[in-house]
Write a protein that binds this ligand. Structure first.
Ligand code: GLC
Ligand code: CA
Length: 549
């Protein structure tokens, strides 16, 4: 197929720049560090690199709070460094995708500073409102922030409150104001003109607040969400961005769409508002009530959710990890007994589904959650909010520690483990901005895995290369197969050819439990030596097999 979009063929690798590679020894990852690892990414076999935000920012939410969209944060380098990155990536046939964070800006953004003057045109860039009548001492409504607590902040010098769905240093932009949309288009064009290939659009399905009426629901789970999630106005803005900007570029548009379901998410693709979007239902498989409460992980539920999305959404953005989630082996696999096997099993799952696979830095070497620490030491603004609320509720330290350990986004943000030298080769300093996971000394590093044909990294390389050459894996349809509860089994079919994925996602042996007549095929890739496939076979713990039928 020659008219395939590039993002059907290529996998995406997400870089969290602060934690990827530090070139100058200040303990913070940077753009020259990324450039120095482009050959590694090329050798891995990905084609697109998505960068979490590198713009000017006070870093309250580590860059998801932007104070100037047209400047690079000095921690990461300069605009020249960025231009150089695009150029060097291009030389290697790699594309760069940027993070577009425009639900909110930083409170230190000039627009917001200006907006504090009531007669300024910028006042209407944000949601400034008077407090609830009669005395105005209460917030304008009862909405709670995604990071817990009221979604409003009072500013005495203005005599009004502003809305922030995230931290109070992330005021929400007002999309009823056409000027705001113009600003977004300007940002997009600025980076497209620099040669960027696309955007991952942060929390893009909640930018349009339809009304500011009180919300229903519990304060734990973003009360008020029914007034701003997936509203008609939101769809219209996305359509406008598409018509004005995206349709004029050869690009990819990826939405981060919190709390989307496949019925309402379908429209994003059907109406061509974006190319693909991240769903959160699969990440909710072991959680309930806004991440704070946990639920037992069951492979049965995991595959049910994944299959539903595969069947109902024509093209998925598939991921098991990112900078907001804990590490996938720690979560869905077995980091102690079957680290390697479960890491490869999860890779096979993620990379053979229909859609674009996303790999998060370190996932390809099987990086794990960090050891449990004191809650106050988290660098994650959300975890710190949750901790302070739990403290107010008098939850004992022991329980708070466990709670924060479960939700802490730091797990995915510890430095990339390159080798066994100082700070895992991430930085020449011993004091990185966030501590390195000590397990790099046990060999969870790129260098250790690089030359080991049996490593998780080698498995990723083989799998990415298979996917790149297989029109079946790129374009084939998705056919779920009935199988035992802990066994994932599906086929991908394209013009008479088929591939089959078989995964025992559990630490126990399992029969396939498939109900078809017979089963045979050629094993293309497996995470155990000597995998033989037949209908009555028993899969070993976390055994994962890719078959050509
Ligand atoms: C997205 C980002 C997350 C950030 C939030 C607010 O969910 O992935 O890291 O905290 O938006 O911008
Ligand atoms: Ca640095």
């Amino acid at each position: 197929m020659s008219d395939q979009p590039l993002w059907h063929k290529e996998a995406v690798y997400q870089i969290y720049p602060r934690s990827f590679c530090d070139s100058n020894g200040d303990g913070i990852g940077d753009i020259p560090g990324i450039i120095s690892k482009l050959d590694y990414l090329k050798s891995l076999g990905v084609g697109i690199i998505w960068l979490s935000p590198i713009y000017a920012s006070p870093l309250d939410d580590l860059g998801y709070d932007i104070s100037d969209y047209y400047k690079i944060h000095p921690d990461y380098g300069t605009m020249d460094d960025f231009d150089n990155l695009v150029k060097e990536a291009d030389k290697r046939g790699l594309k760069i995708v940027m993070d577009l964070v425009v639900n909110h800006t930083s409170d230190e953004h000039q627009w917001f500073q200006e907006s504090m003057k009531k007669d300024s045109p910028y006042h209407d860039y944000y949601y400034w409102r008077e407090g609830k009548k009669p005395n105005g001492k209460q917030p304008p409504n009862n909405w709670t922030s995604m990071f817990t607590g009221s979604a409003w902040q009072y500013v005495p010098s203005v005599g009004e409150w502003y809305l922030h769905l995230y931290s109070k240093k992330q005021p929400d932009l007002n999309y009823h104001n056409p000027k705001v949309i113009e600003e977004v288009e300007k940002i997009l064009n600025f980076y497209f003109d620099k040669g960027v290939y696309g955007f991952r659009c942060d929390v893009i399905n909640q930018i349009y607040k339809e009304s500011l009426e009180d919300g229903k629901g519990h304060s734990f789970s973003a009360r008020g969400i029914e007034h701003y999630l997936m509203k008609e106005g939101n769809h219209q803005i996305l359509r406008k961005l598409y018509e004005d900007v995206f349709s004029k570029r050869d690009c990819v548009v990826i939405g981060e769409t919190y709390a989307v379901d496949f019925k309402n998410g379908y429209r994003f693709l059907a109406d061509h508002e974006m190319d693909m979007f991240f769903q959160f239902e699969l990440m909710g498989v072991d959680q309930s009530k806004g991440r704070v409460f946990s639920r037992k992980f069951k492979t049965k539920n995991f595959k049910r959710i994944a299959y539903e999305w595969q069947k109902n959404i024509p093209w998925n953005a598939n991921y098991l990890e990112n900078h907001d989630q804990t590490r996938s082996i720690s979560r869905f696999g077995d980091e102690k007994r079957f680290w390697k096997q479960s890491g490869k099993a999860l890779a096979l799952f993620n990379l053979t589904l229909r859609g674009t696979p996303f790999i998060y830095e370190g996932e390809e070497i099987g990086m794990l959650n960090k050891p449990m620490g004191e809650p106050e030491n988290s660098r994650d603004v959300c975890a710190l909010y949750i901790n302070s609320i739990a403290k107010k509720m008098l939850l004992p330290r022991f329980w708070r520690k466990r709670l924060i350990n479960r939700v802490d986004r730091d797990h995915a943000r510890t430095p990339m483990q390159w080798d066994k030298t100082t700070s895992a080769g991430f930085s020449s300093t011993t004091s990185a901005w966030i501590p390195v996971n000590p397990n790099y000394l046990e060999g969870i590093t790129v260098e250790d895995e690089n030359n080991d044909p049996d490593s998780i990294l080698s498995f990723y390389r083989k799998l990415l290369s298979i996917r790149r050459q297989s029109i079946i894996l790129q374009e084939g349809d998705f056919e779920p197969l009935s199988s035992a509860d802990d066994v994932i089994a599906f086929r991908r079919n394209y013009e008479g050819g088929s591939m089959m994925t078989l995964i025992n996602l559990s630490g126990k042996e399992h029969k396939l439990g498939m109900k078809c007549g017979k089963l045979s095929g050629k094993v293309i890739l497996s995470n155990y030596p000597g995998s033989h496939v037949f209908l009555e076979m028993t899969l070993r713990p976390y055994e994962a097999i890719l078959l050509q039928l």
